[in-house]
Design a protein around this ligand. Structure first.
Ligand code: ADP
Ligand code: MG
Length: 291
C-alpha cells in the first residue's frame, strides 16, 4: 500500500464520517469475509421504548410501579426504557432495597416488603420460577421483534413487560449493499433467540447467535478466524470491546462507548451502518489502485 493512496482514502473516509485508524486497518478490511454485528444500538436505534404491559392478577399501574422502583437502580438501556415508560403511564414512585443485577439476565430487589425479580427466561429458571402461560405470551411478543421481560413477585409470576427498539432507517439498505459487496452477515446479541430471529428475518441476516455474553461474542470471532475467515465486528457497547479487539477489524459505532472506539480499527462517527458500506468500497478501491 502506498502511503499516498492510503492518505487519500483516509481523507475521503473522514469526510463521510468514517475514521480509519491506519493503513493496516483499511487493507485488512478489503479482505474481510464475515461481518458480525451487535443488534442493539448497531442494527437498531439503541433507544428501546415500553410497548406492552401484561399484569397477572394485579393492576397495570401496580406492576409498573414495582418494575420502575426496581429499575431506577439499573443503568441498563432496558431499565431506562421501563422507568421512562412507567413515568409516562403515570405509575407511582417507590424505592427499592437490596438491588442486585444479574449480568445478561435481569435484576432483583425488594419493594414494599415484597421480593421482585425482573428479567429473561434464564433469570426465572435460575430462581426456579415457572412462568407458565406467560412464556407463550413472551414468545408472541418476541416474534414481533420485541424484548419481553418476566416479572415475579415473591417467587410467583406476576406479569410481563416488553420494549421495542426501532431498526435504524439506513440498516436495511446497508445490509443489502454489504451482501452485494460479498460479506456474510452474522448477528450476535444478548437478547432472546426469538427476538433476534424476528429482527434478523426482517433484514435478511445470514446467521444469528442469541443469548450471548460479551465473552461469547469474542469467542465467536475467534472461532470464525480459526476457520480461516477474516472477520470484522461492529458494536457500540462497552461489552462489545473484547470482541472488537479480537476481530481482524473492529468497527465502533461512534455514538457508543469510548472503550469501543479505543478497540476499533474503524470508527463510524454517525453510528450508521452505511458507513461500513463506504469503508468497504473505499478499501476495495484503494487496494485496486495499489495493485
Ligand atoms: P444486550 O446484549 O442486548 O445489551 P444484555 O446481555 O445486557 O443484552 O441482557 C440480555 C437480557 O437480559 C435482556 O434482553 C433482558 O431480557 C435481560 N436483562 C438484562 N438487564 C436487564 C435489566 N436491567 N432489566 C430487565 N432485564 C434485563
Ligand atoms: Mg448492545
Amino acid at each position: 500500500a502506498t502511503p499516498m493512496s492510503i492518505m487519500v482514502a483516509s481523507g475521503r473516509g473522514a469526510g463521510a464520517g468514517v475514521l480509519i485508524r491506519d493503513a493496516e486497518a483499511l487493507e485488512r478490511f478489503a479482505g474481510v469475509d464475515v461481518l458480525i454485528v451487535d443488534k442493539t444500538g448497531t442494527l437498531t436505534e439503541g433507544r428501546p421504548t415500553l410497548t406492552d404491559v401484561e399484569p397477572q392478577d394485579m393492576e397495570e399501574a401496580e406492576l409498573l410501579t414495582l418494575v420502575a422502583a426496581l429499575e431506577r437502580g439499573s443503568e441498563h438501556p432496558l431499565a431506562e426504557a421501563l422507568v421512562a415508560g412507567a413515568d409516562a403511564r403515570g405509575a407511582a414512585r417507590r424505592d427499592s432495597t437490596g438491588f442486585d443485577s444479574v449480568t445478561g439476565k435481569g435484576v432483583t430487589g425488594m419493594v414494599d416488603g415484597r421480593k421482585i425479580a425482573l428479567g429473561n427466561a434464564a433469570l426465572m429458571a435460575d430462581l426456579a420460577i415457572d412462568t407458565g402461560a406467560l412464556a407463550d405470551r413472551a414468545r408472541t411478543l418476541q416474534a414481533e421483534g420485541k424484548t419481553a421481560m418476566f416479572v415475579a413477585l415473591d417467587g410467583r409470576p406476576a406479569g410481563l413487560v416488553a420494549v421495542a427498539d426501532r431498526i435504524k432507517d439506513t440498516t436495511p439498505d446497508a445490509i443489502r449493499a454489504l451482501h452485494d459487496l460479498g460479506l456474510r452477515i452474522v448477528m450476535a446479541t444478548g437478547d432472546a433467540e426469538a427476538t433476534a430471529q424476528a429482527v434478523a428475518g426482517q433484514l435478511g441476516i445470514d446467521e444469528v447467535h442469541a443469548g450471548v455474553s460479551p465473552e461469547d461474542k469474542a469467542a465467536l470471532v475467534k472461532k470464525l478466524r480459526a476457520e480461516g475467515l477474516s472477520v470484522a465486528m461492529a458494536g457500540d457497547g462497552v461489552n462489545d470491546a473484547p470482541a472488537l479487539a479480537e476481530a481482524d477489524v473492529g468497527i465502533a459505532m461512534g455514538t457508543g462507548a469510548d472503550v469501543a472506539v479505543e478497540s476499533a480499527g474503524i470508527t463510524l462517527v454517525k453510528g450508521d451502518l452505511m458507513g461500513i458500506v463506504r469503508a468497504r468500497r473505499l478499501a476495495a478501491a484503494t487496494m485496486r489502485n495499489i495493485r
